[in-house]
Design a protein around this ligand. Structure first.
Ligand code: NAD
Length: 475
C-alpha cells in the first residue's frame, strides 16, 4: 500500500507515532493509500525545520528570488497537470475533467499570480517638512495553513503562494480526506531544488495535528479555510496568543433571480452555481430566490436543466457530477433531504443514490419550503438547492440576508440600477451580477458574519502574510 509521508525540512518522513490513516476513493470505496497520522511531536519537528529556514538563506532572500521560485513551482505543477488532476479526483470524487480544467490550473495561477504580485509590491512613504516616514514589510515568520477537502490544491496554494512570496515559512495541514496533491506538491518543491523547510507538510486529523499547530507559540499566523464550527475552535485557540488569523468559513449563499433577467442564461447560471463540484463549494448558490412573476416557469426550467445533469464515474468526461467526498457526507445530505420533507418541502428532482459502492447522489431541487426553515438556512454543502419566492425587491434582500452566513451572493437582472442597489444591500463579502464564480485574483475574497474574518487575494493576502513596520526619521 502506498504511504503518503509527512514532508519536513525537505525530506519525506514517517509520522513520529508510527500510525497511519486509510485514504479512501469515495467514487469506488477502495483504500488507495495511507497517510501519516501526525501529532504534536511532528509539529515540533516541522517548527524546527521552519525556524532553521528562516534563520538561513531563505530569511535573507529577495522578493525577486522568491517570485522566481513561485514561477518554477507553477511550471513544475503544470508539467504534471494530468497526474495532479487524477489524484485530486481519486481523493475527492470530483470529475477528473473538472480538476483538470479548474482545480489544478487555478493552483498554477495562484503561484504565477503571486509571483507577479510580489515582484510589483511596494510600500508607503509619508512625508512632512523635516520628517519622513516609510514602511518596511517583513514576513510574519511561521504560518500554519489549514485547508478543507473540497478544493484541496486550489485552496492550499491560494495561501501557500503569498505566504512564501512574502518570505515566510509554512506548515501545511491539508484535509485528511484529500492528502495526495499536497504530497505531489512537495515532490515538485524537491524537484526544483526549493530551500528545505519552507513548505513543511503534516498529514492527519484536525484535533491531533491541526490543533497543536494553532496552539504552537512559534507559529505566528494561522490561515484557516473550513467549517464555521472548526473555525470557532481555531479562533479560540489562536486568540490568547495574539496570532494573525484569517478564517474563511461556511456559506449559504443566495441566488437572486429577478423577472427581467436573461431567462435561459439565468437558469443555466443558477444550476451551475448550485451544483458545481457536487455542490461542495463554499460559494455555491444553495438558495435560489425567484421573482413571483417568473417563479413557476423558472422552477420548471431549472428542474429540466438539473435532471439532465449526468452523475457518475469521475473519469467519464461527460459527467457533470462525480461522487461526494464520503459515504458519511452523503448520509448527512440525505438527512437534510428527509428534514426538507418533514419541513413541508417538495423534492422536485434528485436526491437518489446510484447503485454501487461510490458516494453518488443525484442533484436535488426542493420547493415549497419557508425560507427560514433549517433546510434553507443551514449549510448542507452538497448537491441540494432550495427555491423560494419573493414579490418585491425588499423581500428578496430580506430573505437573502436572513441567514447566519455572509459569504457570497449572485444577482440576476437586466436592470443596471437594481443590480447595484441590491448588491450593495446584501450582507455578504462578495456579490456576482449575472454571473457566478468569475474570479479575479486581485479582488478581496472573504465573508462577513459566520462566514469568517479577513480577506484573501491580491494585496490583502500580501498584507496578511507580512508585518508592516513604520520607521519615522527626523531629517
Ligand atoms: P473542516 O472544518 O472539518 O476541516 C477543515 C480543516 O481543519 C481540515 O484540514 C481539518 O482536518 C482541520 N481541523 C479540524 N479540526 C481542527 C482543529 N480543532 N484545529 C485545527 N484544525 C482542525 O471543514 P471541511 O469539512 O474540510 O470543509 C468544508 C467546510 O469548509 C465547509 O463549511 C465550507 O463552506 C468551508 N469552506 C470555506 C471556504 C471559504 O473560502 N470560505 C472554502 C472552502 C470550504
Amino acid at each position: 500500500m502506498k504511504r503518503l509521508h509527512n514532508h519536513i525540512n525537505g525530506r519525506f518522513v514517517a509520522p513520529t507515532g508510527g500510525a497511519w490513516i486509510d485514504n479512501v476513493n469515495p467514487a469506488t470505496g477502495a483504500v488507495i493509500s495511507q497517510i501519516a497520522r501526525s501529532t504534536s511531536a511532528d509539529v515540533d519537528a516541522a517548527v524546527a525545520a521552519g525556524r532553521a529556514a528562516l534563520d538561513g538563506a531563505w530569511g535573507r532572500s529577495s522578493a525577486a528570488e522568491r517570485a522566481d521560485l513561485l514561477d518554477a513551482i507553477a511550471s513544475g505543477i503544470e508539467a504534471r497537470l494530468a497526474e495532479f488532476a487524477e489524484a485530486e479526483s481519486a481523493d475527492n470524487g470530483k470529475p477528473v475533467h473538472l480538476a483538470a480544467a479548474v482545480d489544478i490550473p487555478r493552483a498554477i495561477s495562484n503561484f504565477r499570480f503571486f509571483a507577479g504580485a510580489v515582484r510589483h509590491d511596494h510600500t508607503g512613504c509619508h512625508t512632512t517638512p523635516g520628517v519622513i516616514n516609510y514602511t518596511l514589510r517583513k514576513p510574519v515568520g511561521m504560518a500554519a495553513l489549514i485547508t478543507p477537502w473540497n478544493l484541496p490544491l486550489y485552496l492550499l496554494t491560494w495561501k501557500l503562494a503569498p505566504a512564501l512570496g512574502m518570505g515566510n515559512v509554512t506548515i501545511a495541514k491539508p484535509s485528511e480526506l484529500t492528502p495526495t496533491t499536497a504530497t505531489l506538491l512537495a515532490e515538485v518543491f524537491a524537484s526544483i531544488g526549493a530551500p528545505a523547510g519552507i513548505y513543511n507538510l503534516l498529514h492527519g486529523y484536525g484535533p491531533e495535528v491541526g490543533a497543536p499547530m494553532v496552539a504552537h507559540p512559534d507559529i505566528r499566523a494561522v490561515s484557516f479555510t473550513g467549517g464555521t464550527v472548526t473555525g470557532a475552535h481555531v479562533a479560540a485557540a489562536a486568540a490568547p496568543k495574539f496570532k494573525k488569523l484569517s478564517l474563511e468559513l461556511g456559506g449559504k449563499n443566495a441566488t437572486l433571480v429577478f423577472a427581467d433577467c436573461d431567462f435561459e442564461e439565468t437558469v443555466k447560471g443558477a444550476a451551475r452555481a448550485a451544483f458545481l463540484n457536487q455542490g461542495q463549494i463554499c460559494l455555491c448558490g444553495s438558495r435560489i430566490l425567484v421573482d413571483d412573476a417568473i417563479y413557476d416557469r423558472f422552477v420548471e426550467a431549472l428542474v429540466a436543466e438539473v435532471s439532465a445533469m449526468k452523475v457518475g464515474d469521475p473519469t467519464d468526461p461527460d459527467v457533470s457530477l462525480g461522487a461526494l467526498i464520503s459515504q458519511g457526507h452523503r448520509d448527512k445530505v440525505e438527512g437534510y433531504l428527509r428534514l426538507a420533507v418533514e419541513e413541508g418541502g417538495t423534492i422536485r428532482c434528485g436526491g437518489e443514490r446510484l447503485d454501487g459502492p461510490g458516494a453518488f447522489i443525484t442533484p436535488a431541487v426542493i420547493t415549497d419550503l419557508e425560507s427560514t426553515c433549517r433546510t434553507a438556512t443551514e449549510e448542507i454543502f452538497g448537491p441540494v438547492v432550495t427555491v423560494h419566492r419573493f414579490s418585491t425587491e425588499a423581500e428578496a434582500i430580506e430573505k437573502a440576508n436572513q441567514v447566519r452566513y455572509g459569504l457570497a451572493a449572485s444577482v440576476w437582472t437586466a436592470d443596471l440600477r437594481r443590480a447595484h442597489r441590491v448588491s450593495a444591500a446584501l450582507a455578504t463579502g462578495m456579490v456576482w451580477v449575472n454571473t457566478w464564480l468569475l474570479r479575479d485574483l486581485r479582488v478581496p475574497f472573504g465573508g462577513v458574519k459566520d462566514s469568517g474574518v479577513g480577506r484573501e487575494g491580491g494585496h490583502y493576502s500580501l498584507e496578511f502574510f507580512s508585518e508592516s513596520q513604520n520607521i519615522c526619521v527626523k531629517l
